[in-house]
Design a binder for this molecule. Structure first.
Ligand SMILES: Nc1ncnc2c1ncn2[C@@H]1O[C@H](COP(=O)(O)OP(=O)(O)OP(=O)(O)O)[C@@H](O)[C@H]1O
Ligand SMILES: [Mg+2]
Length: 277
């Protein structure tokens, strides 16, 4: 159980934490990343190394910087301080033109599915292929059909986003995220707003992509059932810092009150005091 880590010493939090075995270079690494928006400090020294082929789950309260963290991995946001590495190469200082190529290795499932309303489901899924490849219309149609089949939405190509349910939209967005067969898939709250059965379909898809395509994944979620099911490892973010890092078993059994409160979904004494007024 040596990889269990609860970082309560503030000095620990500014030190780069290398979590992968030394022999395996991390696929993605954030080193001491800081980010603020005006006076709001969001990331305050985040260090995280992601091992190839593994699924890392990021949990933490709303507004704590999870989506901001995810956007730093694909450099939709750049750090104010600190570095981002991909396969050992520093990428946060690359010009935007080089990042475009880099981003093609990533699939990003945004928090809101972010489908194009004016396009059909088929066109949405095919969009990255139309944009970034020279494939023919027929080739694209074949890939779109295959990806839709993978997410259990065969034949839905002609529908518009407005005609399908929230859960179906998430799955269409996932089909689009994997259209270019990315090495890394970033999921921002993939199960939020879905019923337990639909959520489990998404969990199974995440596991299937890892198993069959060797995808490296980062999953941001509030859904602990999903976190335990898909995570090889879970990290907890609080006020822009990683406060805990370990396998699901650690989060199931720890008695650290900050972690337990979040994991068990209980309000803090401060939250309850605020209700008294
Ligand atoms: N582009 C931006 N400009 C200004 N502030 C931002 C920007 N993006 C995020 N923020 C702020 O940074 C903080 C962290 O946002 P973030 O979206 O990462 O939270 P989160 O942990 O993903 O929350 P949730 O669980 O509700 O999705 C929030 O206060 C948010 O308002
Ligand atoms: Mg978010």
């Amino acid at each position: 159980m040596s990889i269990l880590k609860t970082m309560t010493d503030p000095r620990e939090q500014t030190r780069p934490a290398i979590h992968t075995p030394n022999s395996e270079p991390a696929m993605i690494e954030l080193r001491n990343v800081y980010k603020r928006f005006g006076s709001l400090r969001v990331l305050a020294g985040v260090s995280l190394a992601l091992e190839k082929g593994k699924t890392t789950v990021v949990i933490g309260e709303s507004g704590t910087g999870k989506s901001v963290l995810l956007k730093h991995i694909i450099l939709l946001l750049r750090p104010d301080r600190g570095e981002v590495f991909f396969n050992g190469k520093r990428i946060d200082d690359l010009p935007e033109s080089d990042l475009a190529v880099h981003r093609q290795r990533f699939g990003f499932l945004f928090q809101m599915s972010a489908l194009f309303d004016s396009l059909t489901v088929g066109e949405n899924v095919g969009f990255p292929l139309t944009e970034h490849t020279n494939k023919s219309k027929e080739e694209i149609e074949t890939i779109v059909a295959e990806k839709l089949r993978m997410v259990g939405l065969e034949g839905l190509q002609p529908k518009r986003p407005a005609q399908i349910s929230g859960g179906q939209k998430k799955r269409v967005a996932l089909a689009r995220a994997i259209a270019l067969e990315p090495d890394v898939v970033l999921y921002d709250e993939p199960t939020t707003g879905l019923d337990p059965v639909r959520s489990d379909v998404i969990n199974e898809l995440i596991l299937k992509l890892q198993r069959e395509l060797g995808v490296t994944s980062v999953v941001v979620t509030h859904d602990m059932t999903s976190a335990y099911k898909v995570g090889d490892r879970i990290v907890m973010l609080e006020r822009g810092k990683i406060i805990a890092d370990g396998p699901p078993e650690f989060f199931k059994t720890t008695d650290d009150p900050r972690i337990r409160r979040f994991v068990d979904g209980r309000a803090s004494p401060e939250d309850l005091a605020a209700l008294e007024d």
